[in-house]
Structure formats: structure tokens, C-alpha cells
Ligand binder design. Sequence first.
Ligand SMILES: NC(=O)c1ccc[n+]([C@@H]2O[C@H](COP(=O)([O-])OP(=O)(O)OC[C@H]3O[C@@H](n4cnc5c(N)ncnc54)[C@H](O)[C@@H]3O)[C@@H](O)[C@H]2O)c1
Length: 377
Amino acid sequence: MADLKVGVIGAGGRGSLARHAHKPGEGSRVVACCDVSLKVLDECREHYGDGLQTCSDYHELLKTDLDAVFICSPDFLHEEHALAAIGKVGGIYLEKPMAITIEGCDRILTEANNAGTRLFVGHNMRYMTIIRKMKSLIESGAIGEPRGVWCRHFINYGGDAYFRDWHADRKNVTGLLLQKGAHDIDVMHWLVGAYSRRVSAFGNLSVYNRCERLPEGEKGSAKFNDAHWPPLKQTGFAREMNIEDQTVMTMEMDNGILGSYLQCHFTPDSCRNYTVIGTEGRLENIGDGPDDPIMVWNKRHDYRAVGDEVYRGDPIEEGSHGGADPLIVEEFLRFVRDGGETTATPIAARMAVAAGVKATESLRSGGGALEIPDLPA
Ligand SMILES: NC(=O)c1ccc[n+]([C@@H]2O[C@H](COP(=O)([O-])OP(=O)(O)OC[C@H]3O[C@@H](n4cnc5c(N)ncnc54)[C@H](O)[C@@H]3O)[C@@H](O)[C@H]2O)c1
């Protein structure tokens, strides 16, 4: 079996995910990287070896004979890079969010469908052991028929990651209900097997807008550090900052399932806490690490912190994002080679973007409920 030839657009930052696809002689190898940073390209040559082709213009990369490409560039470039790659490579791994507009997603879906290009969107949370366990418990009937799903997302690194560089400007991301929320919205949809049909939201920028900004002309970058506390004392924030740092969203899904999603970027701790309520019980993850427990309450009684049943996800081997990243890359490569079903799907990715975009539109226009547009034919 010849190795699949893999390229990467946006090889720094999240682009390091493609390292999981570099297994020369074992089915796939990274042969070309594109990045606007020369430092990143140097690092790529060091990691992938001197034979690696490098360039800073993605058109050049797409002239290479490639079986697959990872697109890990910033959100606002996903549509441009995906449309350029469709028809030129067999399979595309497009990082989430699929695009920053619903129209952008629909153009990608339509073009990929017309060209017969295998499109895959990087919703790696579906591959996290704790999320998979929650999904399988729900499917096995552990809480009866799901009727409600809630997510509280506490983000203690929000000020480090999203308010210093390109993320802080809505023209690059639309908003964090999309940039960050696409993951959670997709997980909520997946857990209960339904998509949002109507959404509404409130949100504001209430903390990081009060922090010291970068001097004029200086470019910011993400700076992760637990010593960055409390939020109002932090410095070095983007001058162009117009996204919300807390949001509250409600969702009406297929089959009358209701959802609520709370996202806050200035909490002291971090956790994605999902609660799913069914006709015969309630399920909730306490902590979102691979070893953290999933509680299931399925008997009637006063509140108890410990569930009537307690579960954990299957143990994982090494791997970032709770073991998800090697698994999602493995599935993508199998999909490129053989096609077939995948756990993350581009339709679901579009539905997560659509919910995030419409909720952002709602919160910036008074909080009224907005319909999610149908998928293109
Ligand atoms: N699924 C996940 O868990 C996860 C985690 C982190 C980031 N992401 C996604 O990955 C994407 C990248 O995020 P990041 O934090 O790595 O961003 P980043 O700003 O670090 O950019 C990634 C890389 O793209 C390069 N780049 C920028 N413009 C480019 C261009 N025009 N052509 C080629 N390369 C270019 C940058 O130099 C950088 O090396 C985002 O869409 C983000 O949402 C996903």
C-alpha cells in the first residue's frame, strides 16, 4: 500500500495536528506544507525532514500531487482555502468552524458534492472518550428519550486565546458562539441526535474591553499562562476587539428538544459541562478530562452529587484533546482511502455553524428567536 501524500495549509498552531498523519511507510506521509510564517516552515522541515516541499502561497501547494490536505489556517480563510482545494485533492480535512458564514459553508458543501471531493470537518470533540461514552450511554437508553440538553462552558484561558489576536475581531470569526461554540453546539446536537431549528441569544463584552490594550501598530498573539489572573489586571489585548466575552444561547431543536448554552471567557477554571435530560433520567459529565466521571441519575430522590450510576470513558492512549486527535486523523485517512461513514460530518459541521451564526445575529439584534436556514439541495 503506497503512502497517501498529505499537504498542510496553515502548518503552525493547530496545523501540528497533521503530525499524526506523518507515518512514512505506514500509510501516509506529509510531503508539503504551506504557511505565511517562515519560522513555521523551518519547524516543519525540521519535523518532516528535508524532502518536505514548503511554500507560503497555498496555490503553489495545491499544484503538488496530493491525496489529502489539512486546512488548519485561521477561521476566516477556511472557505477560500477549502474552495481552492476542492477538485484538486481526493480528501480535505477542514478545521472547525467549517466557515464563518452559513453561505460560506453551503458553498463548500455544494462544490465538494459537485466535485466528488471527500470533505471532512475537524470536530474532534466527537472523538473524545468522555463524549463518546456519553453518546453511547444515551443511545443505550440510560436516560430514556432525550428531551433537553444544556452546556455550561467555563473558559479560563479566554483572555489568553481569543482577545489578543485575529480572534478578537468579528470580521475574522463572526463571534465566539461560532469560533468556540461550534464545538459545543455540535456535541449538543450529536448527543441528542437533533439539529437546532430556532435559536436566540444574549451576550456582551464586559471584561476584556476594560483591560489594557496593545500599543498602536503592535500585533498580538495568544499567551497561555495560569498566572494571568484576575482578568481585569491583564494587559496586551487587541486594539480591535468587538466580540462578546459572555453569551447565553437557547435552542429549539428537531423533535421539540430544547437546548441552552452558556459560554464565559473570564472564569477561574475551565470545563465543558454537558447535561442531558431524558424521560427516564439525567446525565452529566463532572469535569471533561478523559478520566473524569459521567453521572447518571435515574431514580427519584433529593439532590445527590454522585449519580445513581457512575461511568467513565474507555481508557485512552496518548493524544491531545482527550485522545481525540490521533483518532480523528486516523478516521480521516481511512475516509480518504476508502470513503464510507465518518463520526464527524460536514452536514453536522454546517448545522453547528448555522446555529452559532444565527445566535450571534440574535444577540446583536435584541435577542429574538431566528430560524436556521435549510441546507442547500
Ligand atoms: N479542533 C480543535 O481542537 C482546534 C484547536 C485549535 C484551533 N482550531 C482551529 O484551527 C484553526 C487554526 O487555529 P490556530 O490557533 O492554529 O491559528 P493560528 O493563528 O496559529 O494560525 C494557524 C497557522 O496558519 C498560518 N496562516 C495564517 N494565514 C495563512 C495563510 N494565508 N496561508 C497559509 N497559512 C496561514 C499561521 O501562520 C499559523 O501557522 C482555527 O480555525 C481554529 O478554530 C481547532
